[in-house]
Design a protein around this ligand. Structure first.
Ligand SMILES: NC(=O)c1ccc[n+]([C@@H]2O[C@H](COP(=O)([O-])OP(=O)(O)OC[C@H]3O[C@@H](n4cnc5c(N)ncnc54)[C@H](O)[C@@H]3O)[C@@H](O)[C@H]2O)c1
Length: 424
């Protein structure tokens, strides 16, 4: 698959914050005409950790949401067969294209490592399917741009798997901020903190790696590698792919994407203007080529920064806050509260639901059947991929990275003539 010409991409995508929450696709533009009461056929590609969480969702929603589990694909046939049994599908495939070819499938869940997301999502949309693509939308920015372009061309529904977008805290915070409840917004902070075992750093799976020193006979290793560089069987790569930049962006793409997307939704943000990522392979220099600790700061053209604290070595976090001139909005376990400088409550919200894959799937079902607005549309998925890739590039290159709006790509910030004043 070749990446799109940048100009043709630009001509088919929207690039304003207003695009968030709106996609061109509605129930009307969907290939098979699906009525409100029609059963939705579903297929899942990837029967690993999150694939199993999707199987649970399908089992839970099968009756209430009128779903038909059709097929599971995994290039490790043992996993495909296990998934088939778990959801009561009628087929298990090693090759994902056989799943995509099934006419009974209306939507495909992509639950494979990052480097496969764009190809599978595009292939599924080309085959007339809706897609629930796990986060991050893609591994790289050009891949995400290609997916956006395809989504615009086909009009196929695409839900990006940042399931916190189905927690109504963020959309209600956005509405309050738009109304001026906290005044002019100038800064936000959020975090993702964990504390890993001292002998086993982030995402290491020594037991699984030791058990599979020899490749399982029914695992198609070349299929797993896909467009990545061909190597001999490597259980570290298979089980610990988040440690390697050939398949993942590590902490930024795996974890920060969950967090930055919340702030982007609440503050109507799209592409950052400048981004810095700082961190290192400080505690677990074990052959990984991505940081084991990293933080990022994004500056947005409206004139605000977003700080994402990250550490995998200490789980003491910070409040998730949006700071305005008039007040501060704080996300809590139950929703959010906005207070002025003296602690007077300006507004508050008790959330319905939460960071829940069941709600996120249901939102896609309602979008396909009734045109309900998608909670994590492709434009938001792309903008998240842009921010986290800029942070990783800043870390890699020891440079501040800027967003080149004309050519829609990241470049060293000092090569652009970027303003220090609000642009919107
Ligand atoms: N939304 C969330 O909270 C959340 C949580 C965990 C993981 N994820 C995301 O889900 C995705 C998968 O993560 P995981 O932890 O389940 O990974 P995993 O390695 O446990 O599972 C991935 C599966 O995909 C299969 N696969 C790879 N290439 C394939 C191909 N060409 N054809 C068919 N199957 C193929 C693998 O064999 C494996 O079974 C990632 O994008 C990850 O970021 C999201």
């Amino acid at each position: 698959m070749t990446l799109p010409n940048r100009r043709s991409f630009l001509s088919t995508t929207t690039s304003t914050a207003a695009a968030i929450g709106v996609t061109a696709s509605t129930a009307k533009s969907y290939g098979r005409v699906i009525g409100a009461n029609d059963r939705l056929g579903v297929g899942v590609i990837g029967g690993g950790v999150i694939g199993n969480a999707h199987f649970d969702v399908i089992n839970k929603l099968k009756e209430s949401n009128n779903l038909l589990p059709v097929a599971v694909s995994d290039c490790w046939m043992t996993r495909a067969e296990a998934g088939k049994r778990k959801i009561g599908a009628d087929a298990a495939y090693s090759e994902y294209k056989r799943l995509i070819d099934r006419k009974e499938i209306d939507y495909v869940v992509v639950a494979t490592p990052e480097h496969w997301h764009w190809t599978m999502t595009i292939d599924a949309m080309d085959a007339g399917k809706a897609v629930y693509c796990e986060k991050p939308l893609t591994h790289t920015i050009p891949e995400a741009q290609a997916v956006v372009k395809k989504q615009k061309e086909t009009g196929k529904p695409l839900q990006v798997g940042v399931q916190a977008m189905s927690d109504d805290s963020y959309i209600t915070a956005r509405d309050a901020i738009r109304k001026g409840v906290i005044g002019k917004v100038i800064q936000a902070q959020i975090e993702y903190v964990r504390r890993y075992d001292s002998k086993k750093g982030p995402w290491r799976e020594p037991e699984l790696v030791a058990q599979h020193a020899t490749k399982p006979a029914d695992l198609d290793w070349n299929a797993w590698l896909g467009s990545a560089k061909k190597t001999d069987w490597n259980p570290n790569h298979y089980f610990e792919w988040r440690c390697y930049s050939a398949y993942s962006g590590g902490i930024c793409t795996d974890l920060f994407i969950h967090r930055i997307t919340r702030i982007m939704k609440a503050c109507d943000l799209l592409y950052p203007r400048r981004v810095v990522g700082m961190g290192g392979i400080w505690q677990w220099p074990d052959g990984r080529d991505l940081p084991d600790n990293i933080e990022m700061i994004c500056e947005y053209p409206r004139g605000m920064t977003v700080y994402v604290l990250g550490t995998m070595s200490n789980r003491v976090g910070i409040d998730h806050l949006i700071r305005g001139y008039r007040g501060t909005l704080k996300f809590t376990k139950t929703g959010w509260v906005a207070e002025d400088k003296d602690g007077k409550i300006l507004a508050e919200h008790t959330k319905t639901g939460g960071e829940d894959q069941n709600l996120h799937h249901t939102n896609l079902h309602n979008h396909i059947r009734n045109g309900e607005t998608l909670n994590c549309p492709v434009e938001l998925g792309l903008a998240g991929v842009v921010a986290v890739n800029m942070a990783n590039e800043s870390w890699r290159s020891s440079k501040m990275i800027g967003w080149d709006k004309v050519n829609e790509k990241m470049v060293p910030a000092d090569t652009l003539h970027l303003s220090h004043e609000p642009e919107v």
